[in-house]
Design a protein around this ligand. Structure first.
Ligand code: NI
Length: 425
């Protein structure tokens, strides 16, 4: 314990600084479970491999290509068409179309349409506006149907093959449109794993065009389609993702002040386009980085013992903070894995924060009696009881009307509120 404290003190000291729609097609569909998987932003270096693997499974997909990438891979575009997939339009520069003039929107779309036509694809290729953003100007400028999605595995965020696979499988249902990005190798592998399991479960993979056709939906230019339920246009944004939040209303969010503090100080990161994502869950890696930055750890941190984790990459911006939090014994891994992409649970956060508060002498450990106000206290893991009690006792974490909910995750706004409370201690 003494040696451990010395190491800790050193560390803490060091860081202070195409079927036609007809009766036969409809009848043939009885009982069929259909899915449309869509690949965005490519082609990329792994798209050729992906096409090989889709062909081996007899699976048809839809590729919403980015113009800048598509211009580098004309032979891949031809393969997409020749092998029976649907080649579709994700605009040339991947801009937020809601911010562009009607003329600029048309040119973003038509420049990719030219590449699609040259590859032998449809002359009115379906369009997916970047970020799903399509205001009335975008809808009016669109010369083809606009295709959104109903299953979002957040593959760009997790970059983990198993997580991508699990999220696709958990979200899938008959008629769903699945969003993945073939520019990430983890998404290519994870989606193929999911396809194998969903094929085994009796699903059939078809292009978006065929999905809509077989469900009797005749897509119209300028209309957004999310899936093939009802008329395909009824899904609200909230139904697409429980993490969704209308960012135009950020100032009304209960966690606005805390999030502003944490984003400005760099404890939390903005999204690629400045999004706050207040309702997104926080991963273990993201939390390690937030607490590390809060404690003044630098991105140049080097572990004296190296990287013991098989699932923590050297070139990941979270890595220095993950190694620091492990070296500090504030948060540890499981065998040789840190599980950086898993969402952190409330009891995990309580344990880490209690260790931090005790190590820095800001509080003393509380006993089990502090848990008496939680109706679900029996659900708290044994290893987490002291942490939850300590954080409860000093007011850093609180439960709600339904208890402490130890296995629940924390959103970015909730994490920001905790860091704000820590900062004020
Ligand atoms: Ni995109």
């Amino acid at each position: 314990m003494k040696r451990f404290c010395n190491v800790l003190c050193c560390l803490l000291a060091a860081i202070l600084f195409a079927l036609p729609l007809g009766v036969s097609a409809r009848a043939a569909d009885c009982g069929a479970k259909l899915l449309a998987i869509t690949y965005d932003d490519g082609p990329g270096k792994d798209t050729g491999y992906l096409l090989d693997e889709l062909a081996a499974r007899g699976v048809k997909a839809t590729f919403f290509v980015n113009g800048e990438n598509a211009s580098y891979y004309p032979e891949i575009l031809k393969r997409i068409v020749d092998e029976g997939h649907q080649l579709a339009n994700h605009t040339y520069h991947h801009k937020n179309l809601n911010t562009l003039s009607s003329g600029s929107i048309s040119s973003e779309i038509s420049s990719v349409q030219t590449l699609i036509t040259a590859a032998g694809g449809s002359d009115t290729a379906y369009i997916r506006p970047p970020y799903g953003n399509a205001n009335s100007t975008v809808k009016a400028a669109a010369t083809a149907p606009l295709i959104s999605w109903s299953v979002d595995p957040l593959d760009w965020k997790y970059r983990n093959r198993d997580t991508v696979c699990k999220n696709i499988i958990n979200g899938s249902y008959d008629g769903a449109i699945i969003l993945v990005h073939d520019i990430h190798q983890t998404s290519v592998y994870g989606s193929l794993d999911a396809i194998d399991q969903l094929l085994d479960a009796g699903y059939e993979f078809v292009t978006v065009e065929e999905l809509l056709l077989r469900r009797g939906i005749t897509p119209q230019p300028g209309t957004i389609y999310y899936d093939a339920k009802n008329k395909g246009v009824n899904l609200s944004a909230e139904e697409i993702s429980p993490e969704y939040y209308d960012e135009s209303k950020l100032t009304e969010h209960w966690g606005y002040d805390a999030m502003q503090l944490c984003l400005e100080r760099g404890y939390l990161q903005y999204g690629m386009n400045g999004e706050w994502y207040p309702n997104h869950c926080v991963t273990r890696g993201e939390f390690a980085m937030a607490l590390g930055k809060f404690c003044g750890v630098f991105g140049a941190y080097q572990s004296p013992v190296g990287n013991p984790f098989s699932d923590v990459a050297e070139l990941d911006e979270r890595t220095p903070y993950i190694l620091w939090i492990n070296d500090s014994s504030l948060m540890c891994g499981y065998d040789s894995r840190f599980r950086p992409d898993d969402n952190i649970t409330r009891e995990e956060i309580a344990t880490v924060l209690a260790r931090y508060l005790l190590m820095t002498g800001r509080t003393s450990a509380a006993g089990d009696e502090a848990l008496s106000l939680y109706s679900d206290r029996e659900n708290i893991s044994d290893w987490a009881r002291e942490g939850v009690a300590t954080c409860t006792d000093c007011g850093i974490l609180q439960g709600g009307a339904t208890g402490f909910l130890p296995k629940d995750n924390l959103t970015r706004a909730q994490t920001a509120a905790i860091l704000q409370r820590l900062a004020n201690r």
